[in-house]
Design a protein around this ligand. Structure first.
Ligand SMILES: C[S@@+](CC[C@H](N)C(=O)[O-])C[C@H]1O[C@@H](n2cnc3c(N)ncnc32)[C@H](O)[C@@H]1O
Ligand SMILES: Nc1nc2[nH]cc(C(=O)O)c2c(=O)[nH]1
Ligand code: SF4
Ligand SMILES: [Mg+2]
Length: 210
């Protein structure tokens, strides 16, 4: 395909800059411990300094991939697909989610919510970031809110975000990986004092799996 045709297909969400796909165990949040096929889409301009996949940020280095190819791979594995990134809502997720639904797959998204919601999802994990706050559509539709705790101020940010998200969203606090020794005990105390919150850990990192 010509460069311009590829660009148009990506703009329509018919091709996506694919960084990697892998079958693993969901490590975080409500669905921790369950098998899922992960699809990591490149491109993110949110710029979290502690991001654990900075290689995903530049969409240019991740080849535009036809969504049919992504769907064909995904359906060979579990019945659940987790779309992550990068920031997947950078792109139009409508066509990909429609094709995954046609194969009767359950579809989850991991998002910062920095862009308006596109696509039709069975589960939306919202992990809001201070540098680029979520759009209203994502607050309104999030299934869980997962706030990363890097320092003490992040507990205040977490409460502010809990005020904005819909009332059915399940609330999680997750330690930032490099600060986990200092922050995990604070999270444990916080959850015991404020039991509307739950603890989420990056369990895949303890299990040494992707
Ligand atoms: C890499 S992001 C990709 C999806 C989307 N851009 C987002 O931030 O939600 C996937 C999840 O990992 C979390 N995460 C990224 N780096 C982390 C770190 N160093 N420690 C803990 N969680 C981290 C994010 O907050 C998000 O919940
Ligand atoms: N096992 C595993 N679980 C995850 N949950 C969210 C992840 C992500 O990077 O979006 C992730 C990931 O990268 N691996
Ligand atoms: S929004 Fe997600 S992918 Fe983007 S920098 Fe932050 S953690 Fe990384
Ligand atoms: Mg990850």
């Amino acid at each position: 395909m010509l460069k311009k045709e590829l660009q148009t297909a990506v703009e329509k969400g018919e091709m996506l800059p694919l960084m990697e796909e892998f079958y693993t165990i969901q490590g975080e949040g409500y669905h921790t411990g369950t098998a899922a096929y992960f699809v990591r889409i490149g491109g993110c301009d949110v710029g979290c300094h502690w991001c654990d996949v900075k290689e995903s940020w530049n969409a240019e280095v991740h080849p535009p991939t036809a969504i049919d190819a992504i769907v064909e791979n995904a359906k060979k594995y579990a019945d659940t697909v987790v779309v992550t990134g990068g920031e997947p809502l950078t792109w139009d997720m409508g066509p990909l989610t429609q094709k995954l639904k046609e194969k009767n797959l359950r579809i989850h998204i991991e998002t910062s919510g920095a862009y308006p919601l596109s696509g039709d999802w069975d589960w939306i994990t919202l992990s809001p970031k201070k540098n680029k706050l979520p759009t209203q559509t994502v607050y309104d539709n999030a299934s869980e809110l997962k706030v990363i705790i890097y320092n003490k101020h992040d507990f205040i940010f977490a409460e502010e975000q809990a005020e904005k998200v819909n009332k059915n969203a399940i609330l999680f606090l997750q330690p930032e990986w490099s600060k986990k020794e200092a922050m995990t005990p604070l999270i444990v105390d916080y959850v015991m004092n404020n039991p509307k919150w739950r603890v989420s850990l990056q369990t895949h990192k303890y299990l040494n799996i992707p």
